[in-house]
Design a protein around this ligand. Structure first.
Ligand SMILES: Cc1ncc(COP(=O)(O)O)c(C=O)c1O
Length: 480
């Protein structure tokens, strides 16, 4: 373990670089009661500080230093040009309270991005305001609620298939809906009979993750949307996995009423660890009046923020959401163009199927169908009671980030692998090789895998304690 900066601290150590203060001290500006009596800042000189933080940064694992097949989360390489453009001072320095006339360029960028996302999804209207995928879900469901209220209909149920992303039922519950789970069939898709049985007059919407968390596309999507619409219910699509469909299938053509996208997954922005996201919500003409305000609109050559939308659910994010993520998405879309975006989904699907075919000979694949961007293996073929968690830990010694584990819940001991379109065949082969080696070792030397990892700064943590009682600040004297 690296010593903390406080443990490295030595009294009196300083840079000795800045000259003594040669102007009178501004005493008395801060009232006495607010002044610190003692200070617990570490005392180190500059080079020690630089070395300390460099040492820590090298222990970080991210897409820039290794393969990160975290299923559903789409950890792909994000072109650095997007970062550079987002950092241009004209964008980075723009003030959220600036007058509309002074930020026409920024509004133009957002308007243009809206238009592109409308073309990609085929939907009528869009907002870029939500801060993340789950926030988009909440926004969309608030709109569903407002829609039924405007029609004076009482519908309080959201149907979520058991293969949907975990945030879907959570968002429905946060929006004060009751959730009813729909079973999957043997092909990992929505069970139509179970759906029919639950499509009652109380069903406000069915919320489908497309492709779902098994990486499988709903072949019967048109039948599902028709059944829902015939029942007077809406269809919400969790479109966070749009990287599997770009340029190939449009939600509008599937008769979807409302959906969100994850710009921070599909359209290039570093994602994870709570970094800023952007979860635009797109809707049909019928649902358009309920979109949040302000809306970015255009008359002639002038862009403006329209707050005058009486049926809107209101504002759901301060200012206009996470602008920098929008710039990155805009750069990505314009740099790739239509053909490039089609290639993104083609390669994401190809990579996932290549890896799936290689690995299914060694690991159990409960749903063995053509997958989209990801697939789910499990640990049922592992010898000597080696579990999914052991495999994940073993992978760390091969310098791979583990896949998502124990999700989706419909696969026991799940390993949800998403290679993404940005990895090449060599990397996929090396990853498959590492997994196969771990399986071989599980048969011959299981103890080695059980005690892995060996090459990381910390070994096996008490993960429950770490999640439930995280220690996020330094307290002198506290040892890990
Ligand atoms: C299918 C799906 N839906 C929703 C989300 C939630 O998105 P966010 O993490 O931005 O809230 C994710 C997360 O990656 C996802 O994969």
């Amino acid at each position: 373990m690296t010593e903390t900066i406080f443990e490295k601290s030595r009294p009196g150590r300083e840079t000795g670089y800045l000259p003594e203060l040669d102007v009178p001290e501004a005493n008395g500006i801060i009232p006495e009661e607010f002044l610190r009596k003692s200070n617990s800042l570490p005392e180190l000189n500059e080079v020690e500080i630089i070395r300390h933080f460099n040492e820590l940064s090298k222990k970080n694992f991210g897409v820039d230093n290794g393969f990160y097949p975290l299923g559903s989360c789409t950890m792909k390489y994000n072109p650095k040009i997007s970062e550079e453009l987002a950092a241009l001072s004209g964008f980075a320095g723009v003030h959220p309270y600036a007058k509309e006339e002074d930020v026409q360029g920024s509004l133009q960028l957002m308007y243009g991005l809206q238009e592109q996302l409308k073309e990609i999804t085929g939907m009528h209207s869009i907002t870029l305001q939500p801060a993340a995928g789950a926030h988009g879900e909440l926004t969309g469901l608030m709109m569903v609620k407002a829609y039924f209220k405007s029609r004076k209909e009482k519908r309080n149920i959201i149907l979520t298939p058991d293969s949907s992303h975990g945030t879907n039922p959570a968002s429905a519950a946060m929006c004060n809906f009751e959730t009813v789970t729909i079973k999957s069939n043997e092909k990992g898709q929505t069970d139509i009979e179970d759906l029919k049985a639950n499509l009652t007059g109380d069903a406000a919407a069915i919320m489908l993750t497309i492709p779902n968390t098994l990486g499988i596309f709903e072949e019967k999507i048109l039948e599902i949307t028709k059944l829902a619409h015939d029942n007077g219910s809406l269809v919400y699509m969790d479109g966070a996995n749009m990287n599997a469909l770009l340029g190939k299938a449009r939600p509008e053509d599937m008769d979807i009423d409302i959906l969100h996208l994850n710009l921070h997954k599909t359209f290039s922005a570093p994602h994870g660890c709570g970094g800023p996201g952007c979860g635009p919500v797109a809707a049909t003409r019928e649902l358009e009046p309920f979109l949040p305000v302000p809306r970015i609109e255009k008359t002639g050559n002038r862009y403006f923020l329209n707050r005058n939308k009486p049926s809107s659910i209101g504002r759901i994010k301060s200012f206009y959401g996470n602008f920098q993520v929008m710039i990155k998405a805009c750069t990505y879309i314009n740099a790739l163009g239509t053909d490039g975006l089609k290639k993104v989904s083609k390669h994401a699907v190809l990579n996932a199927n290549y890896l799936k075919e290689k690995l299914k000979q060694h690991f159990n694949l409960k749903y063995d169908y053509l997958c989209k961007h990801e697939f789910v293996l499990d640990d049922s073929k592992m010898p000597n009671h080696i579990t999914t968690l052991d495999i994940a830990k073993g992978l760390l010694d091969y310098n791979f980030h583990p896949p998502t584990i124990y999700f989706p819940l419909i696969v026991e001991g799940a390993m949800m692998i998403e290679p993404t379109e940005t990895e090449n065949k060599d990397t996929l082969d090396k990853f498959a090789h590492a997994l196969i080696k771990i399986k071989e070792q599980a048969a011959t030397a299981p103890k080695i895998i059980k005690n892995s990892p060996y090459k990381t700064p910390v070994k096996r943590l008490d993960e429950v304690q770490a999640a439930r009682k995280p220690v996020l600040k330094f307290s002198p004297g506290l040892k890990n």
